[in-house]
Design a protein around this ligand. Structure first.
Ligand SMILES: [Zn+2]
Length: 1012
């Protein structure tokens, strides 16, 4: 909460000048606590202009003894007189609305951000705040953004006046800052422009009569400012689409009839707070159906199943992923989930982007006008909730709800392309057009652009600005174009942006954290050498394991080698087994820019044709990578295992190792299988293989799941980098060898760090799936195959999956595993204080506790686990931030999100390249029906790992004659090609013609399937 009142006492710092503020801090239970804050007003805050000769005299060094850097140019951009050379001051709304524009390399140079603006931005939008901070931190030489601490400066501090709102006070503080700068820089011939879209603020600046000798303030709206730029024509397209605000202003001023709202207004904050408290409103995140963009669900804690939201009006402008407030609808409006497929891409493609009120014949059917306005009392609403919870236990009819407010927008930048039929090719100039987003769960966006014609075949990035009640589609603006549709560069960048993957090169500040020796860095030859010890006293705590016969086994071509192993027979007949993991945290120290970047990226991202690293290459592929033949620092887990692979003893130590060989899975397999190889290294590998088989059997006996996903691999032509062929991934015994020991290491480390840090250990859990997740699949299995999946325990589930065999079709079992995987919960990172011990369980692996320790080069969880393990064994003390629940919570949230995004990005990349491969080969393949709808079927083609919807109109000419049986999961129709009656059930094996086509509306390539 921000400052609310300021006492009228002021003193000077030299003679003790302070400002006292009462600040309200929101406390845990939602109430407000009043605290008093005092801060000193200072006279030594510099303007940071290189032109200034006064400020360098007054500045004082900061706590780290650094002097502030003077960044604003002494030769800033120049406008025609009377403005001339100038700096720019921004208000809060400009930052919030136009952050894309501020980041644009072609405009906005020498910009002053008053501290009060930075504070307000932080309160309103954390993502924008982060971007603004980055801009201020990294733009020294190019864009030159600075933060001016107006609130601490005696000359610019303003007190809140009686009856003055906080907003008005803050606006006045911004104007005061401008005024001070204007006077301060006058003698150097530099002007100051305040850019604000707030008309009242501009008027206030115009009408304030400056003191004698003071300059009159220059203010501009964003549009007026851009108009003055030499490149204004290009920049104009990027201005946020704030039409509604202008409209509202227009309506207000002209006293016009306002437009009919299409959507209901959102509830007020007071009503929401009351409703949540009374239990008649609920908060949750909207998930839009992947098959029907007009249907969403919200998971609510008190309900066993997600509550349905049907129709555009009930969704009330919610985006996929938004945090919303919902209200249950009366029982008469509860429904069964739709059995119709509907995608936004093909819906209303002929809308006119200039028409605000296009009435649609199908709006009623789609529920736009579907909500009644029955008034229900709070008491009845609570009763309704009771009924709803009961109704979920039965079948068919589900409780429905409507969105009454949005508490957090998931809006980000989106990639899409202009809908060709929304462009008027006759007229040039600025026009309204629709942008179809790549994410098909989202509506199309209306933007205004001058470049509609030349953007037609491009992938473009847009930002969303607003979605007023009287607009059928959200309003946004163009940000930049990525290049031609279906060029590899544009498509790759598009999918990175779509999955929020940070892919820009590492900044200078991050790279400065790397060892100065660069690739020349070497592990010391001796760990006891006094000179080396003087440089790194922790060397004394490291074990020298360079005599161990260690090797690594990875996919071919792997350069970021996280792990290596060894095994050695002990005199007592047991085995010494070591797993050695790259010692990333030796190089990535807590609290550095490098650490912050790794934490923010959270994971490396693997695409078909490129890898986006979490850490700079120097570490990932060289200094940390456990390459063969060189000394490397490692974090080692050393076990004594008996011949049954039971743990006799476990030890953890930082070490220095020398890997003897880097094998691919295949090479390792060949070496193990070759009876002529009898050296100690090979013997060790054989022992590892034998032990891993026992470990695996034990896991399976405990109920570990063997799930499946239709994983395919795309082979790239090494010469041309063109995709060649698609292959289903094969697994060798050596894959399993490495996997088993990594699992064992992760489990051992999890136990150790949980012992040492019971409240904040970094762990990974996998919840048991709720039985409702399997309802539909079980119903299908029961109806069609007389089989079922048991959910009593993971062991029961694993066994029942084994029983889902069709003797006539060996693939059927894999199909069931693929479909089961989709019913499972996602595994998640968490800190141990967030759950009680029984909930730590990793269901899929059937272990009681688990973490990720073995891939610190490419996962941030592992970095934290390494630091905690180092703390647990007394190697070095653990930093506070990994012992703090709140900090750990933030880390976990971020890495969970990044991990999910990385998976989606990887899959999307495979999908794109599979599409490119199929482009030139039209084939007939075997597919399996995995879903049956009223108006189509979904077929999975294992060979390419693709699935596609075959719409009813592509199955038959007589769509009215088709018959859908919901209970039997059956669709009857007269086949288009053969003219014969067809009966398609779920799980049917079918022949389909597969070809890759470019969708004319979305320009997205996808597999088109046709039933043979
Ligand atoms: Zn100065």
């Amino acid at each position: 909460m921000s400052a609310s009142a300021i006492a009228p006492r002021r003193k000077r710092l030299s003679d003790g000048l302070t400002v006292t503020q009462k600040v309200f801090i929101r406390s845990r239970n939602g109430g407000a606590t009043k605290i008093i804050r005092e801060h000193y007003l200072r006279t030594d805050i510099p303007c940071l202009s290189m032109a200034c000769t006064k400020c360098p005299e007054i500045v004082v060094p900061d706590a780290e003894n650094n002097l502030p850097k003077f960044i604003l140019s002494n030769d800033p951009p120049e406008f025609p007189q009377p403005i001339g050379k100038h700096y720019v001051v921004l208000d809060t709304n400009i930052v919030l609305q136009a952050i894309d524009l501020l980041e644009n390399p072609d405009c906005f140079f020498d910009v002053i951000i008053p501290q009060i603006v930075l504070d307000e931005v932080r309160n309103k939008s954390y993502p924008v705040y982060t971007r603004l901070r980055t801009l201020c931190r990294d733009s020294d030489d190019k864009k030159r953004f600075i933060v001016f601490h107006n609130e601490f400066n005696e000359n610019t501090f303003v007190e809140r006046e009686k009856d003055e709102s906080i907003n008005d006070r803050n606006d006045r503080a911004i104007r005061k800052t401008c005024q001070w700068y204007a006077n301060h820089l006058k003698e150097y011939g530099i002007n100051v422009i305040l850019v604000t879209n707030d008309r009242l603020n501009r008027e206030a600046a115009e009408t304030t009569t400056p003191n004698k000798d003071e300059e009159k303030l220059i203010t501009k709206s964003l549009m007026q400012y851009v108009d003055l730029l030499p490149n204004s024509e290009e920049i104009k397209d990027l201005i946020p689409n704030l039409e509604p605000t202008n409209n509202q202003e227009l309506i207000k001023s002209n006293n016009n009839v306002s437009k009919e709202p299409i959507f209901p207004e959102y509830y007020s904050t007071a009503r929401i707070m009351g409703g949540l408290k009374n239990g008649v409103l609920y908060q949750g995140n909207v998930q839009i159906s992947e098959y029907n963009f007009l249907e969403g669900t919200v998971s609510l804690p008190s309900f066993s199943k997600p509550v349905l939201i049907v129709g555009q009006k009930n969704l009330n402008r919610a985006f996929n992923g938004d945090q919303v407030i919902v209200e249950l609808l009366p029982e008469s409006e509860w429904k069964a989930p739709s059995t119709i497929v509907l995608d936004s891409e093909h819906f209303n493609v002929n809308d006119n982007p200039d028409d605000d009120n296009n009435e649609n014949a199908d709006t009623t059917e789609l529920g736009i006008n579907g909500t009644s306005n029955i008034v229900i009392s709070d008491k009845d609403r609570r009763l309704l909730a009771k009924h709803a919870i009961e109704a979920q236990k039965e079948k068919k009819v589900q409780p429905t709800a409507r969105v009454v407010a949005i508490t957090r927008r998931s809006w980000r930048q989106y990639v899409g392309q202009i809908a060709p039929n929304s462009v008027d090719l006759q007229t040039g100039g600025t026009q309204n057009v629709f942008v179809i987003l790549m994410d098909k769960c989202l509506p199309k966006i209306r933007i205004r652009t001058r470049r509609a014609h030349d953007l037609l075949d491009k992938r473009i990035v847009i930002s969303i600005d607003s979605w007023p009640t009287d607009q059928k589609y959200p309003l946004g603006h163009f940000v930049r174009d990525l290049g031609g549709i279906e060029t590899a560069e544009a498509e790759t960048e598009a999918l990175l942006l779509e999955h929020d993957v940070e892919y820009r090169p590492f900044s200078k500040k991050v790279l400065e954290c790397l060892p100065a020796e660069g690739h020349e860095w070497k592990a010391p030859a001796s760990l006891t050498d006094p000179a080396s010890l003087a440089k790194d006293p922790l060397l004394a705590n490291r074990k020298d394991l360079r005599d161990k016969l260690i090797c690594s086994i990875d996919p071919p071509g792997c350069v970021d080698i996280d792990d290596a192993l060894h095994a050695k027979k002990l005199p007592n007949g047991n085995w010494e087994v070591g797993v050695h993991i790259a010692d990333v945290t030796h190089f990535v120290k807590q609290g550095t820019a490098l650490d912050a970047e790794g934490a923010s990226r959270g994971t490396s991202v693997y695409l078909v044709d490129k890898r986006i690293d979490m850490l700079p290459m120097l570490l990932g592929t060289d200094l940390c990578s456990l390459k063969p033949y060189v000394d490397r620092f490692a974090f080692s887990v050393l076990w004594e295992l008996d011949s049954n692979a039971d743990i006799v003893k476990v030890d953890f130590t930082k070490s220095v190792i020398k890997s003897r060989e880097a094998f691919s899975y295949e090479q390792a397999q060949l070496r193990i299988d070759d009876p002529n190889q009898t050296d100690d290294l090979t013997q060790g590998m054989r022992a590892l293989l034998q032990l891993s088989i026992k470990l695996k059997q034990k896991r399976l006996d405990n109920g570990a799941l063997n799930l499946a996903s239709p994983e395919v691999k795309v082979h790239m032509d090494s010469e041309t980098s063109d995709p060649g062929e698609v292959e289903i991934k094969k697994l060798l015994a050596t894959n399993s060898l490495v996997e088993e020991f990594m699992l064992l290491a992760n489990i051992s480390v999890a136990r150790k760090i949980y012992d040492a840090f019971p409240q904040t250990a970094m762990l990974r859990r996998h919840a048991a799936p709720p039985s409702t997740n399997f309802e539909l699949l079980n119903e299908m299995l029961h109806r069609r195959k007389n089989m079922s999946i048991s959910l009593e325990s993971s062991k029961a589930l694993a066994d029942s999956l084994d029983r889902c065999e069709d003797p006539k079709d060996p693939y059927f079992n894999t199909l069931v595993r693929i479909m089961s995987t989709r019913c499972m919960m996602a595994a998640q990172y968490f800190y141990s204080g967030a759950y009680s011990y029984p909930d730590f369980k990793h269901y899929g692996l059937a272990v009681d506790i688990y973490t990720h320790f073995t891939s610190p080069i490419r996962r941030y969880c592992d970095v934290v686990a390494h630091r905690q393990l180092a703390g647990a064994i007394g190697y070095e003390p653990l930093s506070l931030s990994h012992r703090d629940k709140n900090k750990m919570d933030m880390i976990c949230r971020n890495i969970n999100k990044k991990h999910r995004n990385a998976q989606f990005a990887g899959r999307a990349s495979i999908e794109y390249y599979v599409g490119q491969v199929m482009r030139n080969n039209e084939t007939v393949e075997t597919g399996y029906v995995i879903k049956v709808f009223n108006n189509g079927i979904v077929v999975l083609v294992p060979k390419f790992g693709v699935e596609g919807l075959i719409r009813l109109e592509n199955l038959t000419r007589d769509t009215n004659g088709a018959n859908f049986n919901e209970v039997e999961f059956k669709l009857n129709f007269v086949h288009k090609e053969t003219g014969k009656e067809r009966e398609i059930y779920v799980f049917d094996k079918v022949e389909v013609q597969v070809k890759s086509v470019l969708d004319p509306v979305t320009s997205k390539r996808k597999a088109e399937l046709l039933l043979k």
